[in-house]
Design a protein around this ligand. Structure first.
Ligand code: HEM
Length: 490
């Protein structure tokens, strides 16, 4: 018995020593310094599985390195902490590329056909010039999402839908299919026996694909937004089969729904759980509401209150600052790039081909050098123009560089519209009496905006003094002004 234990102990010590030697001899001194974990290779993997993006914050706090290497079984993660290196990574968008990774992820998550995969995989990184499905895709969709007439048109439809949904506040609605799809996305990303481990997710994906196929067969997109028309035209130009176009739309729902809905939740949570924030934002909004009395057909008079979202975006800096602070506190996104060939980053750090560079957003958002000593506190006035003292590159909620989120203006307008309509009309109180602190530790590593770990039950009632018979109108007047949401908008 003793000798068996001694044998196991010797084996473990031997493996431990060998792994350390392997780490030492396979690490080039010019690479970003490796951070040591108790067990080489396995330690970092376990740390990431347990602590997710908090692991990167822990390492930043411990070693305070501008960039470092995390060794995982079979691969290296080069983790960027310094703001100036983020800019260097973003400049090298061909050598430190995102598009080949995106093509791979789309295929896994959307389950596209071989024909579509071949089209997706052609000239993925633009090595043969500025052409190909994926190379030109983002250029195509950036135009209808940039401030201007097409975005205004989308915002108008969205604002009416948001307003109608607030009019109907009554009960709970669950988007069951999407939830089922979302639950298995991580299995689809890693490709771990999806047909066995993500059965329900795939079933939901297929049902959503059928619905989108029907939508395109009925030519629904011809009546849709500039965005859906551009996406459809781009795919048909590249001869993507209809069913795959539908599949890519299912994939697109991830970016649309998994970020906007949780961000709107956190915005509402912070507005209502702090009376000062609520009061500041209500006061600001009250100044942009225009009210008139109108006579109805039956001779009765009623008030009509109108709010113009284009005016809100310009005239309600505290509301906008609150939203930006909500993004800073809650965003957990990680920008990822593939190293396409050996590269000396900033002429200082060797990044070896085949490995991955990551920029964890939470590392930037919790950095005291970027945000000051109160970085861990929520301050709804932090982003007010007169207070601005942070480096905009340190705000990572929408990523940055060539992969900067093109939907940021649409999503932010939607959340602002939802929050504005809600706080103007309703009071919300937790049924438990107190607003509790909500965690979001269950979120998966691929997510950008987490949902809270637990539900919170609230009572929604008309705001004190609210004239429930008054009519509400929401407008989006023409505007080509960009909200200052990312470094690129400044
Ligand atoms: C609050 C809502 C949203 C948040 C927080 C968000 C955040 C992000 C982030 C962090 C990225 C990755 C950027 C990078 O790695 O550098 C991204 C990419 C992207 N987002 Fe959003 N997003 C939101 C809403 C939307 C919406 C509504 C749309 C579409 C209408 C959209 C479309 C996209 C697309 C197409 C990309 C990929 C860009 C590329 O690869 O070049 N997003 N988003």
């Amino acid at each position: 018995m003793l000798s068996t234990l001694a044998l196991i102990a010797t084996g473990i010590i031997l493996i431990y020593g060998l792994l350390h030697l392997l780490l030492y001899y396979t690490h080039d001194d010019r690479e970003p310094p490796p951070v040591s974990t108790t067990f080489p290779f396995v330690g970092a993997m376990l740390g990431l599985m347990r602590k997710k993006s908090k692991y990167y914050i822990e390492i930043r706090n411990k070693y305070d390195l501008p960039i470092y290497t995390l060794r995982l079984p079979g691969t290296r993660l080069y983790v960027v902490n310094s703001v100036s290196l983020i800019a260097s990574v973003q400049r090298q968008f061909k050598v430190l590329a995102f598009l080949p990774l995106e093509a791979k992820l789309s295929m896994g998550v959307c389950g596209s056909s071989e024909t579509a995969n071949e089209i997706l995989n052609t000239n993925t990184n633009g090595d043969e010039g500025d052409w190909g499905y994926i190379m030109t895709f983002y250029k195509t969709i950036r135009a209808p999402l940039a401030p201007g007439s097409e975005l205004d048109a989308m915002n108008r439809v969205m604002a009416q839908k948001v307003s109608a949904s607030i009019d109907q506040i009554k009960g709970q609605q669950v988007v069951q299919l999407f939830e089922k799809f979302q639950e298995g996305i991580i299995i689809l990303i890693v490709g771990l026996y999806p047909s066995i481990l993500a059965k329900e997710c795939i079933r939901a994906r297929e049902l959503m694909t059928e619905a989108f196929t029907q939508y395109f067969e009925d030519e629904g997109h011809n009546l849709g937004s500039g965005l859906v028309k551009s996406r459809f035209a781009h795919s048909t130009e590249h001869k993507i089969p209809l069913k795959d176009i539908a599949r890519f739309e299912v994939g697109n729902t991830i970016g649309l729904l998994t970020n906007t809905a949780p961000s709107a939740f956190w915005m509402v949570y912070h507005l209502y759980s702090d009376p000062n924030v609520l009061e500041d934002c209500r006061q600001e909004l009250s100044k942009v509401i225009s009210s008139v009395t109108t006579t109805l057909k039956d001779g009765e008079t009623t008030k009509v209150h109108t709010i113009d979202m284009s005016e809100v975006k310009g005239a309600c800096p505290i509301l906008l600052s609150t939203l930006q602070e909500v993004f800073r506190i809650h965003s957990i996104g990680i920008s990822t790039r593939m190293v396409m060939e050996d590269h000396m980053l900033d002429n200082k750090y060797l990044l070896k081909k085949g490995n991955t560079v990551i920029i964890p957003g939470p590392v930037q958002h919790t950095s005291t050098s970027a945000w000051g000593s109160d970085a861990s506190m929520i301050d709804h006035r932090r982003f007010l123009p007169k207070n601005k003292r942070h480096n905009p590159v340190a705000f990572r909620a929408f990523g940055g560089g060539t992969t900067l989120c093109p939907g940021r203006h649409f999503a932010s307008t939607e959340i602002l519209a939802f929050a504005a309509m809600l706080i103007l009309r309703f009071d919300i109180t937790p049924t438990g009496g107190q607003w509790v602190h909500l965690t979001s530790d269950k979120a998966a590593l691929w997510e950008t905006t987490p949902v809270p770990d637990n539900d919170i039950e609230v009572k929604i009632s008309p705001r004190a003094g609210e004239d429930i018979n008054a009519q509400r109108r929401i407008l989006v007047s023409s505007s080509d002004k960009a909200m200052p949401l990312s470094a690129e908008d400044m």
